[in-house]
Design a binder for this molecule. Structure first.
Ligand SMILES: Cc1cc2nc3c(=O)[nH]c(=O)nc-3n(C[C@H](O)[C@H](O)[C@H](O)COP(=O)(O)OP(=O)(O)OC[C@H]3O[C@@H](n4cnc5c(N)ncnc54)[C@H](O)[C@@H]3O)c2cc1C
Length: 390
């Protein structure tokens, strides 16, 4: 029998789940607190199995149309000496070619595919959830009440519904700040050729994504509270990059003056159980691996497909479907969160000694070794890809 499924949070995870569940014929209602979708947002590189699943949804053409060119990335020291140059075609020889797209662009691709098949309520949140014997009653902020078979909570890192209804979940400060965004400005850089500065406690990436647009992303180790950081972007960037070359300093100033920029702290979500009653956590809300994993979007997409897979397998027993989803996801979450910690230690070295060690190792590694460093941590086993449980 077809179910009524409420998805709260129409980001990458929620929209992917909606795509799969609508295809299975379920009645899907999506709510999102934002008043509408925006095509903006920071850049993400969608990789590996995330690209493959988008293809399975028939959205590859739309994905590429919304993406930005990506050819080569140069990892450099602050004196501009190249540590390593990586060509995306070569790097992705044995796995799916990664796709560079803004977070909002990916939302749009997923949304366009289902907007006529699901009920989407913007500017709406959950006010109250009450588990009844055979169904779950959900009161929404727009005054309506729904009777649903399952609530998928995909509200991202700081999910309010998770905070209220899942008691065991921890949101741990990853002690890393990101400041970034996009800047509309003519520049002399080649589109698709990126530069990433590796430095002690910080990393700065420049992505020329069009002839008149550059995306800039900075990761800075920080032990301060987010509240003390949010209004201080100019001094934070100045402290971190004030001694970089004039072009970088100018770009950062322009980003703050004229660009669309975000500042936030990274957090890692640890949920020993992704399920409580008829509610299930999906995407960053349940297992945010941080931006330093580089795989949060793919993991959200995979989680959505996995959950939909078990719902189709156990459509009369949603509780078992959710239990299996949790069993499948736990070791995968552990793997990607561990990768993020390893990436933080490598790409955001703690001190000069670690920096030198990383730079020398990365510079002198063979092509095969680099391929392994970059791709081995971002693949799943065949069994995981096919949702086979032991
Ligand atoms: C700087 C940065 C760079 C990144 N780079 C990459 C990368 O290169 N590759 C990669 O794979 N991943 C990357 N990620 C991670 C990726 O963006 C996330 O893992 C992904 O967006 C998670 O999707 P989500 O749908 O779970 O959450 P989100 O994208 O956060 O979506 C959550 C949705 O829920 C809505 N919402 C929030 N609260 C409520 C509420 N109470 N009620 C209703 N709706 C609500 C929000 O409006 C939003 O639409 C990066 C992340 C950051 C911060």
């Amino acid at each position: 029998m077809k179910k009524h499924i409420l998805i709260t949070g129409a980001g990458i995870a929620g929209l992917t789940a909606a795509n799969f569940l609508a295809k299975q014929g379920h009645r899907v209602t999506l709510v999102d607190r934002s008043p509408s979708f925006s095509k903006a947002g920071f850049l993400i590189s969608l990789k590996s199995f995330g690209v493959k699943i988008i293809d399975e949804l028939g959205l590859t053409k739309a994905l590429h149309a919304a993406s930005s060119p990506s050819e080569t990335v140069h990892f450099v020291e602050t004196n501009e000496a190249i540590i390593r140059s990586i060509d995306y075609d070569n790097m992705n020889e044995n796995i799916e070619r990664s796709v560079l797209i803004s977070r909002g662009g990916l939302h749009q691709v997923l949304y366009e595919a289902i907007k006529n098949d699901v009920h989407i309520l913007f500017g709406t949140t959950i006010s109250q959830v009450d588990e009844k014997e055979d169904y779950t009653q959900v009161a929404l902020s727009n005054g309506h009440t729904l009777a649903v078979d399952l609530v998928i909570v995909s509200e991202g890192l700081r999910s309010a519904t998770r905070e209220r209804y899942f008691s065991d979940v921890q949101l741990k400060d990853f002690n890393t700040l990101y400041v970034g965004g996009k800047l509309k400005q003519k520049h002399a850089r080649q589109v698709g050729i990126f530069k990433v500065y590796i430095d002690v406690d910080k990393m700065l990436s420049l992505y020329p994504i069009a002839e008149d647009e550059i995306a800039i992303q900075c990761y800075i180790r920080s032990y301060e509270d987010l509240r003390n950081l949010q209004n201080n972007a100019p001094s934070i960037l100045d402290n971190a990059f004030g001694d970089y070359n004039a072009e970088v300093r100018q770009l950062l100033n322009n980003l703050l003056d004229k660009g669309l920029f975000f500042i936030d702290k990274m957090g890692m979500v640890h949920a020993p159980n992704l399920v409580t009653g008829r509610m299930v956590l999906l995407g960053d809300a349940g297992y945010c691996p941080t931006a330093l994993s580089g795989m949060g979007a793919s993991l959200s997409i995979y989680g959505a497909k996995a959950l939909a897979h078990y719902i189709s397998q156990y459509s009369e027993d949603i509780s078992t479907a959710c239990k299996n989803y949790n069993t499948l996801m736990q070791p995968i979450i552990e793997k990607f969160q561990t990768n993020a910690k390893n990436n933080a230690a490598s790409f955001l070295p703690n001190n000069e000694v670690d920096l030198e060690k990383f730079v020398n190792g990365f510079r002198n590694a063979s092509t095969i070794e680099v391929q392994n460093i970059m791709t081995a941590p971002i693949v799943l086993t065949k069994e995981q890809e096919n949702f086979i449980l032991h």
